[in-house]
Design a protein around this ligand. Structure first.
Ligand code: ADP
Length: 294
């Protein structure tokens, strides 16, 4: 099963064009949707999760018309939103049991088996009697995964899952996502390049509502291979370099700025060619005036 999105557009009442004619085919496995804040990721995720209407376009999940047949989508959808809003003051076990009931697992013994298995899977078994409101960020996200897996979903949407997690929690969350079946379409929406680098077979980059790249991370890397140049500079030179070169990143290393410049030939004295990272792809794509990679 794949998700085929065609010509999707959405303009909000205030005139912001959050999605501008987005067409994208998403196969099974982990798919990274990468874009800076405000790019339109959540808008796209909410439309696919049937929580919001598009103005134009289509989306087909196998033979389900996502924009029209919302009930059918909801039956095969697992959605992990950015924020649940208010976290319930009930235990993880009670909450999962309740959600499973809402999702139609009406038989008590079946629900008990399912809830127990999910709590084990996301490593919350020993915390099952604790209130979710008191969970850490990572535990809340793992609970979110557990609830999204009820009903054996075919499409799982995870919106900005690792923001605010510490490195240990992030790793546990990565491992959990990786275990989710190869036969499911999993869309991971994020502004964190590392999330996509570590997890995703395929990816897309969006910015200002437009699709700038779609393909495998390796293809994205090859597209700028040999064109990324690095130099350690002093802080005062940063403005000059920014004005005269296509600076795609600027990081402090041991207190000094290290810049990456995108250019076909050595930009000037002192630059060394460096292997592109996905972060270079991301920043070179979103800082280009026209889509360079699409
Ligand atoms: P992302 O998830 O990539 O941060 P969003 O989809 O949340 O992006 O937002 C895309 C753009 O749409 C932003 O400019 C945002 O300010 C705007 N936007 C999002 N939701 C609304 C809304 N309900 N009303 C008006 N503008 C919105």
């Amino acid at each position: 099963m794949e998700l085929v999105i065609n010509g999707l557009s959405k303009t909000y009442g205030n005139g912001v064009k959050a999605l501008d004619n987005v067409s994208l085919t998403i196969p099974t496995g982990m798919f990274g949707l990468l874009g800076p804040n405000g790019a339109g990721k959540s808008t796209l995720m909410r439309i696919l999760a049937t929580l919001q209407e598009a103005d134009a376009g289509t989306a087909m999940l196998g033979d389900i018309n996502v924009l029209k047949d919302k009930e059918a989508v909801r039956k095969v959808l697992g959605y992990l939103p950015q924020e649940f809003g208010v976290y319930p003051r009930v235990s993880a076990y009670q909450m999962l049991d309740h959600i499973a009931l809402l999702k139609g697992v009406t038989k008590g013994s079946e629900r008990k088996d399912l809830v127990e298995a999910l709590l084990q899977k996301v490593n919350l078994w020993e915390h099952r009697k604790r209130r979710i409101a008191g969970f850490s960020g990572g535990m809340k996200q793992r609970f979110g995964i557990a609830q999204s897996l009820i009903g054996e979903p075919k499409l799982i949407i995870v919106d900005e899952p690792t923001a605010g997690l510490d490195p240990g929690e992030r790793n546990r969350f990565y491992n959990l996502l990786t275990e989710i079946g190869e036969n499911v379409v999993v869309i991971l929406s994020t502004h964190i390049v590392q999330d996509v680098q570590e997890l995703c077979k395929n990816m897309a980059i969006i910015n200002k509502g437009q699709l700038l790249f779609a393909g495998a991370p390796n293809d994205a890397l090859s597209s700028i291979d040999g064109k990324v140049w690095e130099k350690t500079i002093v802080k005062e030179e940063l403005e000059r370099y920014s004005n005269t070169h296509h600076v795609i990143s600027n990081k402090l290393v041991a207190g000094r700025p290290v810049i990456h410049v995108l250019a076909d030939a050595p930009p000037e004295e002192g630059f060394v060619k460096t292997a592109p990272t996905l972060e270079d792809v991301f920043f070179s794509t979103i800082t280009a005036t026209t889509p360079v990679l699409a």
